[in-house]
Design a protein around this ligand. Structure first.
Ligand code: NDP
Ligand code: MG
Length: 339
């Protein structure tokens, strides 16, 4: 597998392009601000009329257009709106307006891999997918670091897709950490699997189950919060820095012995079997279908789950405890009024 770095890329390719970023959310603001700092001058943000994001982008001095206008103007269009609306965005605003031979880029492979979008044959279709949350893509770049990116090409009529994608990936900071060449299929399936099983779903389910176990046994919410949520970051920082062995070096022998002997009883063969089933649902397209159907009915159960999860007591006790640790909110990654 090849990994590319800044010295493998020609930054001039993206600097010479008119770049439109459609969407100014988690990924959009990060791409736009990093591109500008990398010297991309012809830059515009594409949004829908009346968008709540427009004033945020304008406050940064960015040029805002509506999506159709941005598609007519740009050579390179990065789509960073929510996945569930991209099919309609493409069909209504982008497909009729994109220039002949333009590059259409995505930050996740779902719509292309599952044929929700079937791009015009003259378009170069690529993916530059940062392997981290948008706010981290911006935060790391601003401190001189970067988040690794995946690069893939689905259509290449102009024969420059790889070079242009690499140039873009480096301009948003990916070339500092590593840009890995992959396919839409591989990115899409592994990305969904990772977020469902470990990063979002698995981790939060593990935290909640442990928190509720302690509460049910009569322990104080504050204790349970520190033990099952707050400390996750402290442990993950050690793993991130030097691997699992690095974390085990730092914790006590007692903790390490508990890790080897109890961990595999929490995540056992049955859990692994369920992981396989979940991967199968991703590969067969069943997950994508379920999610798109959920959107057809206005996200009714999605919104209910979001509301109920936000009302859980763990959020309440967390808010109180974090208020006593003001350093946590200094240099916040997420500031909802700006990005
Ligand atoms: P967000 O939910 O943060 O995107 C919201 C932005 O999209 C807002 O600016 C919103 O504007 C705009 N938007 C929504 N609908 C439209 C539309 N029809 N036309 C124009 N603009 C619209 O998205 P994310 O950044 O989370 O995700 C974007 C893409 O990046 C997805 O493909 C995702 O899979 C991928 N990705 C995301 C990661 C992340 O960290 N979140 C990580 C890696 C990849 P308005 O104010 O009008 O609502
Ligand atoms: Mg992901």
């Amino acid at each position: 597998m090849r990994v590319y770095y800044d010295h493998d890329a020609d930054l001039n390719l993206i600097k010479a392009s008119k770049v439109a970023i459609i969407g100014y959310g988690s990924q959009g603001h990060a791409h736009a601000l990093n591109l500008r700092d990398s010297g991309v001058k012809d830059l515009a943000i594409g949004l829908r009329p009346g968008s709540a994001s427009a004033p945020k982008a304008e406050a940064e001095g960015l040029r805002v257009m509506d999506s159709a206008e941005a598609a007519r103007w740009a050579d390179f269009v990065m789509v960073v709106t929510p996945d569930e609306g991209q099919r309609r965005l493409y069909n209504e605003d982008l497909a009729p307006n994109l220039r002949e031979g333009a590059t259409l880029a995505f930050a996740h492979g779902l719509n292309i891999h599952f044929n929700l979008i079937e791009p015009r044959a003259d378009l170069n279709v690529i993916m530059v997918a940062p392997k981290g949350p948008g706010h981290t893509v911006r935060g790391e770049f601003a401190r001189g670091a970067g988040v690794p990116c995946l690069l893939a090409v689905a259509q290449d009529p102009g024969s420059l897709s790889h070079e242009t994608g690499l140039s873009y990936a480096c301009a948003i900071g990916g070339g500092r950490a590593g840009v890995i060449e992959t396919t839409f299929r591989e990115e899409c399936e592994t990305d969904l699997f990772g977020e469902q099983v470990v990063l979002c779903g698995g981790l939060t389910a593990l935290i909640m189950a442990a928190y509720e176990t302690l509460i049910d046994a009569g322990y104080a919410p504050e204790m349970a919060y520190f033990e099952t949520l707050h400390e996750v970051k402290l442990i993950v920082d050690l793993i991130y820095e030097g691997g699992i062995a690095n974390m085990r070096y730092s914790v006590s022998n007692t903790a390490e012995y508990g890790d080897y002997t109890r961990g595999p009883r929490v995540i056992d063969d049955e859990t692994r079997l369920r992981m396989k089933t979940i991967l199968g649902e991703i590969q067969s397209g069943r997950f994508a279908r379920d999610w798109m159907l959920e959107n057809e009915v206005g996200q009714t159960s999605f919104k209910a789950m979001r509301r109920r999860a936000a009302e859980h007591p763990i959020e309440e006790v967390g808010e109180k405890l974090r208020a006593m640790m003001p350093w946590i909110s200094e240099d916040r990654l997420v500031d909802k009024s700006r990005n």
